[in-house]
Design a protein around this ligand. Structure first.
Ligand SMILES: Cc1cc2nc3c(=O)[nH]c(=O)nc-3n(C[C@H](O)[C@H](O)[C@H](O)COP(=O)(O)OP(=O)(O)OC[C@H]3O[C@@H](n4cnc5c(N)ncnc54)[C@H](O)[C@@H]3O)c2cc1C
Length: 413
């Protein structure tokens, strides 16, 4: 890969911090728009959550459906989904995008009641989703246990190979003229009064007119004035089986989307979830470590749903990654008004691949003085400074979910 090159003069117009799906997308689109871009990453490209996820993407969400926030979630994720399908041509690479639709599998009456309501809200918001009974669900996925009650099937969803997409975007950024420095840890923002004037890396101040933090879970480290609980590091874990014959035709979720998985083109089954069995439900930690109770939960879920895997599947790999969960479940996208010169694209909760490509376009428009084309008000990064933080993250609904009660551990990476 040709994405790393030493930082050179002249000084950048924009410094982007963090080379995950969002940072690489932003750096690419800004470089394409003619800005001198410096992308700084403390580890490697895709080393954060972007290289440790389930690779499921899609448009829309029932979570905020009937609200101004719901409208922008729908608009941005729908635009992202359309853009995602153009990217193989635009990037000249194959990142394994496969639009198959996705199932949200129902195994309890409680899930059925929830999904009846959620499906109605999603349909009203324009999402192409339908509620299926058990027989119709098993027509789509015959390997599912007959014990299921049914599922919702959402057409505009699918899977992809995250590492390939992010690497391709980093390469495209470099081709468009961006300089990418890996192993470059931003220690802090450089400030003159309230204004952000650059960043400090290894004691060296690098100046720029604009700084974009695409640091997701790690954003509070660089912006300590963010109120506690606004953006909380949250650990997710995944296991991967050896390749098995084709069994799972499309990505699936279950139990309020707390468990999820898919079968990759290689035949390997990827499955995650069960944060509720993690220490403090995975909230408040930066440790990228797997924990046996979570992996046991995931394995049990997989074999309960797809009994054939009991005989066939051996787990070959497991990993953990750190997401950035926000108090209201919405990302932080836009200029950070209290500190002119600073823009945020962070807090993508459990669905950054439904946002990353379009976020690059949006931030590039914002920083080149164009209309973004979207109502970003509900995603304003400084919103938690105003009314304090009330934890209402739908991704953790129903769990013991007051992250402010948890002490965030020291960073280990
Ligand atoms: C187990 C798991 C499963 C998931 N499943 C899915 C899924 O199926 N579909 C989906 O859409 N999403 C999923 N997600 C969420 C998704 O991975 C994230 O929302 C997305 O990757 C966020 O991308 P990002 O670029 O904002 O952040 P990241 O990929 O986390 O990138 C942030 C980068 O910033 C760098 N950084 C941080 N601080 C500094 C600093 N001071 N200096 C320099 N660099 C710094 C980090 O090293 C990191 O590389 C999952 C996440 C996990 C952990």
């Amino acid at each position: 890969m040709s994405a790393t090159s030493p930082y050179r003069e002249p000084a950048p117009d924009v410094i982007v911090v963090g080379a995950g799906v969002n940072g690489c997308s932003i750096a690419w689109r800004l470089a394409e728009a003619g800005r001198r871009v410096l992308l700084l990453e403390r580890r490697g490209i895709c080393a954060g959550a972007s290289g440790r996820n389930g690779g499921i993407t899609g448009a829309g969400s029932a979570m905020h459906a009937a609200s101004r926030a719901g409208a922008v979630v729908f608009a941005l994720t729908t635009a992202n989904f359309a853009l995602m399908q153009q990217l193989p041509d635009e990037l000249g690479g194959n990142f394994g995008l496969s639009i198959t639709g996705a199932l949200d599998i129902i195994t309890t009456e409680q899930q059925l009641a929830h999904l009846e309501t959620a499906t109605a809200a999603e349909r009203a918001a324009g999402i192409d989703v339908e509620l299926l009974d058990a027989a119709a669900t098993r027509e789509i996925a015959p390997a599912l246990t007959p014990e299921i009650i049914g599922a919702t099937y959402t057409r505009e969803r699918g899977g992809l190979w995250p590492f390939a997409l992010v690497s391709d975007m980093a390469d495209a950024a470099a081709r468009a003229g961006a300089t990418i420095r890996v192993g470059a840890r931003v220690e802090r923002l450089a400030r003159t009064g309230d204004r952000i004037t650059g960043v400090v890396v290894d004691g060296e101040t690098i100046s720029a007119g604009e700084v974009v933090l695409a640091t997701n879970a790690w954003t509070p480290e660089l912006l300590p004035e963010m109120p506690a609980g606004a953006l909380v590091p949250t650990r997710g874990q995944i296991l991967v089986t050896q390749p098995v014959p084709s069994l799972i035709p499309c990505p699936f979720g279950t139990n309020f989307d707390k468990e999820y998985g898919r079968q990759a083109v290689s035949g390997q089954v990827i499955c995650g979830g069960f944060r509720r069995l993690d220490v403090d439900e995975g909230l408040g930690t930066y440790r990228e470590e797997v924990t046996p109770p979570v992996l046991a939960g995931i394995a049990g879920c997989l074999t309960d749903l797809f009994p054939a895997l009991r005989e066939r599947a051996r787990v070959v790999r497991a990993w953990a990654g750190i997401m950035g969960f926000t108090a209201d479940g919405l990302p932080l996208i836009g200029r950070y008004e209290p500190a002119p010169g600073l823009t945020l694209a962070a807090g993508f909760n459990g669905s950054g691949f439904s946002w990353g490509p379009i976020v690059g376009t949006v931030i590039a428009r914002l920083l080149t003085g164009q209309d973004t084309g979207f109502d970003l008000e509900p995603l304003r990064p400084a919103r938690f400074l105003e009314g304090g933080v009330s934890w209402d993250n739908p991704f953790t609904a129903g769990e013991k979910n007051n992250p402010r009660a948890h002490q965030t551990e020291a960073v280990t990476t």
